[in-house]
Design a binder for this molecule. Structure first.
Ligand SMILES: Nc1ncnc2c1ncn2[C@@H]1O[C@H](COP(=O)(O)OP(=O)(O)O)[C@@H](O)[C@H]1O
Ligand SMILES: [Mg+2]
Length: 258
């Protein structure tokens, strides 16, 4: 399955992405996790230890490597570079691993607006295209609310764009924005996952306000998730409830997958 996770800041995208990666790996699947949020913190939600985390260098910061792969050089008339750089070795060469999960961190990509045409962007978009279209393992992309990194032509390979929402109008508004962006990009399978759900009323609120998007499942409001974050651990390692809830979401995803 190729899964992209979006939604307003703070709703729990990274939490869901990290625990989902662990649950899939636990089922014996190979998982490639891509941290595409400039505020990169997927490693800790996966439960990668501090020493390993320190080794991670976001791809966007690897200037020489990007120049080498894209052949970019600044010239009198602007920048020139290859539009199809080699990326196939990146998941193996530039990832850290934990329990069957490979994590690649993209880092902060310059946003030029209107599809910024810079070398970093070309490399990272090519990488995302490659992992979405060609890799045969499960791929989970932790994104921000914007969908800039997803190039046209790759979106049909996304089995699910999950928009995480919490019970609150601001995250609902972001979900509607994401839905619109997804429609523009022809991403067909857009779903909602509720998070920080305290009771049936919270769930009803989500359903009422986003009734045009299918709800895959939800995660309860859970102090253990907060505690895990405070301790720099994955909630997967200190809580069983979130595992049950995320596994239920994975099971539903399997039934909706075309
Ligand atoms: N179900 C939940 N219950 C309680 N706290 C949560 C829950 N889900 C996420 N959090 C907390 O909310 C904060 C934001 O979560 P995070 O996954 O980083 O969001 P995002 O990636 O969308 O910005 C973190 O401190 C996290 O521990
Ligand atoms: Mg995040």
């Amino acid at each position: 399955m190729k899964i992209a996770i979006s939604g307003k800041g703070g709703v729990g995208k990274t939490t869901l992405a990290g625990v989902m990666a662990r649950c899939l790996a636990d089922r014996g699947f190979k998982v490639l996790a891509i941290d595409a949020d400039p505020d990169s913190n997927l490693a800790s939600a996966i439960g990668i230890d501090w020493d390993t985390m320190r080794e991670i260098k976001p791809l966007a910061q690897m200037t020489e490597f990007i120049e080498e792969r894209t052949g970019s050089k600044k010239g009198e008339y602007g920048s020139f570079f290859k539009l199809n750089p080699k990326v196939e070795d990146i998941p193996e060469s530039f990832s850290v691993e934990k329990d069957g999960i490979k994590l690649v961190v993209l880092g902060n990509i310059p946003q030029g607006g209107g599809g910024c045409f810079c070398a970093e962007n070309v490399l990272l978009k090519s990488l995302l295209s490659y992992v979405l279209i060609e890799r045969d393992e499960h791929v989970i992309v932790d994104m921000e609310a914007g969908l800039e990194h997803l190039g046209r032509g790759t979106t049909e390979y996304i089995d699910a764009l999950i928009v995480v929402v919490e019970p609150g109008q601001r995250s609902f508004q972001t979900a509607r924005d994401v839905k619109r962006l997804a429609a523009d990009l022809h991403i067909p399978h857009v779903y909602i996952v509720g998070n920080k759900v305290m009771d049936d009323k919270d769930l009803a609120l989500i359903k009422e306000h986003l009734n045009d998007l299918p709800l895959l499942g939800y995660l309860s409001y859970n102090d253990k998730i907060m505690e895990a974050d405070k301790r720099g651990l994955s909630p997967y390692d200190i809580d069983t409830k979130i595992k049950t809830e995320v596994n239920a979401i994975i099971d539903i995803l399997k039934t909706v997958k075309k």
